[in-house]
Design a protein around this ligand. Structure first.
Ligand SMILES: NC(=O)c1ccc[n+]([C@@H]2O[C@H](COP(=O)([O-])OP(=O)(O)OC[C@H]3O[C@@H](n4cnc5c(N)ncnc54)[C@H](OP(=O)(O)O)[C@@H]3O)[C@@H](O)[C@H]2O)c1
Length: 225
C-alpha cells in the first residue's frame, strides 16, 4: 500500500498511481516477483484497470510459477477486461455472487466461500465472503504466499479477520489534502491500537522530477492472534 504523508491513499484521479513513484514501484515489482498470487478487491481491479498478471520483467527467475490473480467480490461482478481475457482470474465470492461470477469466468476459477449460519455465523449476510476460508482454498491450490494489493476496503477486512502478517507501506513525499481515503477503509469504530513491529525501512533519496525527494518504504510485521 502507498500513502501520502498526510495519509491519502490516492491522488486526484482516484488512483494510487498518481502518488507512487519509482522507489515504490521497485519494491512493488519485487513483492510481485515473490508472491504465488495477488489478491485484490474488485473495486481496485476496476479503478486501477487490472489485467492478467505477469512476473515483473527481469525477475521471473525468483519464482517457478506464473503469477496468479484472485479478485474478491461480493457481487460476483468481474471487470470485463479480466473476464474476457484468455487468463481469467480466480474469483473469491459468497453464495450471492456465485452465479454472476460463474457467468463471467469458468466455474473452476470461482471459489465460493460464504459464511455458514450453521457455524454460528448467524446474521452474516449471504453476500459476505469468508476471507479465511478463501485463503485456505488458495493455499490448497498451492497459492500460499499471498500478496494483497488492496484496496482499502479489502485491507480493512483482512486486518479485521486477523489475516495479515506483514504490511508493506510506502510513504510518498506528497500532500493530497482531505479528499482521498486512507489505506484502510470500512465501517466500524476505531479499534484499540495494535502494535506492529518494523522489520525493514528503505529510504529513497530521489523521487519524480519536480517533487520533493524522500520516499520511505517500510515493512511492518503484524502479530496474528
Ligand atoms: N494507496 C494504495 O496503496 C491503494 C491500493 C489499492 C487501491 N487503492 C485505491 O483504492 C480505491 C478503491 O478503494 P476500495 O476500498 O473501494 O477498494 P477495494 O477494497 O478493492 O474494493 C471494494 C470492492 O471490492 C470487493 N471487496 C472488498 N473487500 C471485500 C470483502 N471482504 N468481501 C467481498 N468483497 C470485497 C467488493 O466488490 P463488489 O462491489 O464487486 O462486491 C467491494 O465493493 C481506488 O481509488 C484505488 O486506486 C489504493
Amino acid at each position: 500500500m502507498v500513502a501520502s504523508v498526510d495519509g491519502g491513499a490516492w491522488g486526484p484521479d482516484h488512483r494510487s498511481g498518481s502518488i507512487n513513484d519509482a522507489a515504490d514501484w521497485r519494491v512493488f515489482r519485487v513483492l510481485r516477483a515473490l508472491a504465488d498470487v495477488v489478491l485484490v478487491g474488485a473495486g481496485t481491479a476496476r479503478a486501477e484497470g487490472y489485467t492478467a498478471l505477469d512476473r515483473p520483467r527481469g525477475l521471473g527467475h525468483l519464482h517457478p510459477r506464473p503469477l496468479e490473480l484472485a479478485v474478491v467480490t461480493r457481487s460476483g461482478r468481474v471487470p470485463p477486461v479480466l473476464a474476457r481475457g484468455d487468463r481469467p482470474p480466480l474469483v473469491l465470492t459468497g453464495p450471492a455472487g456465485a452465479d454472476t461470477a460463474r457467468g463471467d469466468v469458468p466455474a473452476d476459477r470461482v471459489v465460493v466461500v460464504g459464511h455458514d449460519p450453521a457455524d454460528g455465523e448467524e446474521g452474516a449476510p449471504d453476500d459476505a465472503v469468508d476471507l479465511a476460508a478463501g485463503l485456505a482454498e488458495l493455499a490448497r491450490r498451492g497459492l500460499g504466499r499471498v500478496l494483497a494489493e488492496g484496496g482499502p476496503t479489502l485491507l480493512g477486512d483482512l486486518l479485521a479477520a486477523d489475516l495479515v502478517d506483514e504490511l508493506c507501506v510506502t510513504t510518498a513525499p506528497s500532500l493530497v489534502g482531505p479528499g482521498p481515503g486512507r489505506i484502510v477503509a470500512g465501517a466500524g469504530p476505531a479499534t484499540t491500537p495494535r502494535a506492529v513491529r518494523l522489520a525493514h525501512l528503505l529510504h529513497s533519496p530521489t523521487s519524480r522530477p519536480g517533487s520533493p525527494a524522500g520516499t520511505t518504504v517500510a515493512r511492518w510485521l503484524v502479530p496474528i492472534g
